[in-house]
Unconditional design. Structure first.
Length: 491
């Protein structure tokens, strides 16, 4: 009789065979998470490998935690302004550990919600460090020292980016904060030195200043948020300056010494003059680097760009068959909502569609107080491209709802095509900017003329109602000349 027992060698061979999935996702960011839930909900066998975070950076160490802490700083601002609202108080103290605990509680709740969605959809979340070991095959090194090999019919790479650390003498040795450590502070920094005047630097500078820290921002550019229009940059500079933040522009850091959290010194050259800044902490917010090292991409034929991002086409396919990349590691704009749209692109292409990334809208919101939000062309971009436009611009104080809130700082502006009524771009620096932006963006998606918003019956008093005043104001022509035939053309 033939034995039914499996030989030891056959058992080993069986164990070494990769587990098969319809989709393996390397990196558990928001786009990855939505992809896992969606494909699994459609009956696919899906596995997600992430080395640390359930749901990736956004709900754990980035978007949502930072907005949570920024909102706490808004509450602090309300306390300071309480007399303005007719509320007397005898003072208050900031308990940074309490601010941190509120944030941590939110993160725990989000993790629980995410895991419940994994269970409900049937997608598998694997906590471990993943890398390619063969085409479309990911090996996950688990916390207990064991490994699993996962073979996907398709694989999505979504490993994101990390804070970049410039090769400034002494900077690495100073063990600077990134946004991750800044959001975990249990005490208010005595004096926070912020390197970088972009999104993270500007948001956290205002928040930490409101908590009571002395804050100095150091930026190499001539303006904060230097890629924005000059009026926007200046408005942000005035906002921070009015709140007591020291700002050094056109400044180059030559050397750093000491240790962040104890005592740190930064040698800065500004306009040919060297000065030494001393603080208790230093925060680095000077950009991001893609997380592509150690992934074994070369094993599977995935190529990188000259900047180290994964090379993809407009359908988000990499140079390796069956391998896709989404989010920041693919060079997409560094916003969670874009990573979600990247998922939609891949989902479409894996289910018979042909969706692409080109031509899509990329809205963004800077969560200062007040917020800055923009969609479409800025004036700087329109002028650079030679696009003629009409500019509508009004101060936030024209918004009656903003007046009821005592939040009249800022302005609203829109670019409308010179020879039509099509909205080209919209910027708002003011209270509720992100929500106001959405109304204009939807109109742009629908292809509505600006007159549709001007003539709409909108609820009074609301912030969105201010769009009526904006588009009813007098417009000024920019970047245009009159030709002999009376046609408007770009200057």
């Amino acid at each position: 009789m033939k034995s039914t027992e499996t030989s030891p060698s056959a058992h080993v061979l069986k164990k070494s065979q990769p587990e098969e999935f319809d989709l393996v996702i390397l990196g558990g960011g928001t786009g990855s998470t939505v992809a896992a839930w969606t494909f699994a909900g459609e009956g696919k066998r899906v596995a997600v490998v992430d080395r640390k975070y359930i749901g990736g950076s956004c709900p754990n160490i980035a978007c949502l935690p930072s907005k949570n802490i920024i909102h706490s700083s808004k509450v602090v601002d309300y306390f300071r302004r309480s007399k303005e609202f007719g509320i007397a108080h005898d003072g208050f103290t900031i308990e940074m550990s309490g601010v941190r605990e509120r944030k941590r509680k939110m993160v725990v709740g989000l993790n629980e919600m995410y895991m419940e969605n994994y269970r409900a959809t049937g997608a598998e979340f694997i906590l471990g460090s993943g890398r390619f070991v063969a085409p479309r095959t990911v090996e996950a090194a688990l916390p207990d020292g064991s490994t699993r090999q996962l073979l996907g019919t398709d694989v999505i790479v979504s490993t994101g980016t990390r804070a970049s650390l410039e090769p400034i003498p002494g900077l690495a040795e100073a063990q600077p904060l990134t946004h991750i450590e800044a959001l975990e502070l249990g005490q208010v920094p005595e004096h926070l030195l912020v390197i970088g005047g972009g999104y993270i630097g500007v948001e956290l500078s205002q928040a930490m200043r409101r908590f009571g820290s002395k804050v100095t921002v150091i930026d190499r550019n001539a303006r904060l948020m230097s890629k924005e229009d000059p009026d926007v940059c200046e408005a942000l500079r005035r906002l921070l300056a009015d709140e007591g933040v020291d700002i050094l522009l056109n400044a180059r850091i030559k050397q750093v010494s000491g240790k962040s959290g104890d005592s740190v010194s930064v040698v800065v050259e500004q306009n040919g003059i060297e000065k030494i800044l001393k603080g208790s902490h230093v925060l680095v917010a000077t950009g991001r680097n893609p997380n592509t090292e150690g992934l074994g991409l070369e094993v599977t034929g995935v190529e990188l760009t000259d900047r180290g991002y994964i090379k993809v086409n407009q359908r988000l396919q990499t140079t390796a068959p069956g391998v896709w990349a989404i989010g920041e590691v693919a060079g997409s704009p560094q916003f969670t909502h874009i990573s979600i749209d990247d998922f939609r692109v891949v989902h479409s292409n894996l289910t018979g569609g042909n969706r692409v990334t080109t031509g899509r809208q990329v809205p963004y919101c800077l969560f200062t107080d007040p917020e800055l939000a923009r969609i479409g062309l800025s004036e700087t971009e329109a002028k650079a491209q030679g696009i003629a436009y009409r500019l509508f611009k009004v101060p936030m104080e024209t918004n009656l709802r903003a007046r009821t809130l005592s939040e009249t700082r800022g302005f609203v502006k829109a670019l409308v095509e010179a020879d039509s009524d099509r909205i080209l771009g919209f910027t708002v620096f003011g209270v509720g900017a992100g929500e106001i932006l959405a109304a204009v963006q939807i109109a742009m998606i629908a292809g509505l003329p600006y007159t549709a918003l001007r003539d709409a019956v909108l609820t009074h008093p609301t912030l969105v109602e201010g769009l009526i005043a904006l588009f009813s104001s007098a417009a000024s022509a920019h970047n245009v000349v009159e030709t002999r035939g009376g046609q408007i053309s770009a200057a």
